[in-house]
Design a protein around this ligand. Structure first.
Ligand code: NAD
Ligand code: DAU
Length: 375
């Protein structure tokens, strides 16, 4: 075991920092610790977006590097050159549906990429010229590694056996095991967090919540997989960031922590809620009606009229729920946002930030949507 690093001494490599949660984490961290050093390494895949980091670029202590976590020489050079002693590892292929169509990239990034980072960290922090130096490798994982729950099952705990059901979940489970092995075998100071579904700003519109918001604004169908009764446990992204910060600060080496919001919703209910909130917003605001003329409210219709049942996701997990007792009891973690507040903030953000999402809705995106929802 190494002496834990204090927050003030942490110099961060954030992988996947141009993605949804990674970008939110960078904003969260630099707002609280403006003096800190934070280097983002991101390959800018379809899901990475430098615009999500715009207000941080140019700030002291912030650097963006476009590159792949599979590039060992690059990772090693960044760790050495910037004397980075903490990795917060978000980079991943993250979308379950894509992993069903084309799993290769998931294995490459989520498994091999994580292994490349572990190897570079081991070399720099355990076997470098100064021998072992204080460090931390924090791995961001998911509740999907635990598989699926029946309605009466208790929520996932850290000791729930792994039972991943999609190629995405299997690749994340493999990466969790590698992180565990590097701690057990080499003594790398690792921690892992397994979080439930996040929502909030900068969320790529292939995922349920942003997809539904943007489809309503454009009068497009709202695709509900199967019967829409699958349950997810939704957490506002800033609350996930808070949980990660607490683990970095006080989490015990070698431990895993579940992070969740005690907030289970059936998909259909979430979609209906978003429809209702947008109908209300449009009823109260003439400017919105002008800006988004395809929204059903502009034609006297309810947004719910767009709901459209489509073929179910193969192997679709029925229910996820997180027992976050460990992180609450040990690290004092409590989500700060009630769902009602978080979802309103999120909808407002999408209504205000068409400059962020408009460039994403090109031909490639339209073709992808088309391919997804035939059926
Ligand atoms: P995302 O898809 O929005 O972002 C992933 C980022 O990783 C992108 O910026 C992408 O460019 C980058 N990336 C992909 N491959 C890379 C590579 N080979 N090298 C460098 N960068 C690469 O994902 P997200 O939703 O922000 O998820 C972040 C992490 O959190 C993932 O590890 C995911 O498994 C986990 N997680 C996500 C959720 C959720 O609800 N979104 C919940 C729990 C856990
Ligand atoms: O649980 C954590 C996981 O949450 C993360 O590990 C993943 O990276 C993240 O993508 C998310 O996975 P899900 O598959 O739960 O998220 P998604 O937004 O794709 O889907 C949420 C639910 O909504 C799921 O039951 C599938 C359903 N769905 C999704 C889409 C995109 C629909 O019914 N229609 C849709 O169009």
């Amino acid at each position: 075991m190494t002496e834990p690093l204090s927050i003030a001494d942490m110099r961060l490599l954030v992988t996947g920092g141009a993605g949804f949660i990674g970008a939110n984490f960078c904003h969260y961290w630099k707002q609280r610790y403006p003096q800190s050093t934070l280097v983002v390494l991101d390959a800018l895949t379809y899901a990475g977006n430098r615009a999500s980091l715009k207000s941080l670029e140019g700030q002291e202590g912030f650097l963006f590097v476009a590159g792949d976590i599979n590039d060992y020489a690059l990772v090693e050079r960044l760790l050495a050159e910037h004397r980075l002693n903490t990795i917060v590892h978000f980079a991943a292929e993250s979308h379950v549906d894509r992993s069903i169509h084309d799993p290769d990239a998931f294995l490459r990034t989520n498994i091999l990429g994580t292994h490349t980072l572990l190897q570079a960290a081991r070399k720099q922090w355990l076997d470098g010229p100064e021998g072992r130096i204080p460090h931390r490798f924090h791995h961001i994982s998911t509740d999907e590694v635990y598989g699926t729950l029946r309605p009466q099952d208790p929520a996932f705990r850290e000791d729930t056996p792994y039972a991943p059901n999609s190629p995405y979940a299997a690749s994340k489970a493999a990466s969790d095991h590698l992180v565990r092995a590097y701690q057990h075998t080499y003594g790398l100071a690792t921690t892992t967090s397994n979080c439930s579904n996040n929502y909030g700003p900068y969320h790529f519109p292939e995922k349920l919540i942003p997809l539904v918001i943007l489809n309503i604004l454009h009068g497009r169908p709202l695709p509900i997989y199967g019967d829409g009764q699958q349950i997810r446990d939704w957490l506002f992204v800033e609350d996930h960031c808070q949980g990660i910060a607490r683990i970095l600060e006080k989490g015990r080496e070698g431990e895993s922590y579940n992070i969740g919001g005690h907030n289970e919703w059936a998909n259909l209910d979430i979609v209906r809620l978003i429809c209702r909130l947008l109908d209300q917003a449009f009823a109260e605001d003439a400017e919105l009606r002008q800006r988004y003329p395809q929204m059903p409210a502009c034609h006297g219709q309810a947004a719910e009229s767009l709901i459209s049942y489509v073929k179910d996701r193969p192997g679709h997990d029925r229910r996820y729920a997180i027992d976050a007792h460990k992180i609450s009891a040990e690290l004092g973690y409590q989500p700060q946002h009630r769902f009602e507040e978080g979802i309103r903030k999120t909808i407002d953000w999408y209504l205000q930030r068409s400059d962020w999402w408009q460039p994403l809705l090109g031909e490639q995106y339209a073709a992808w949507l088309e391919k997804q929802y035939v059926g």
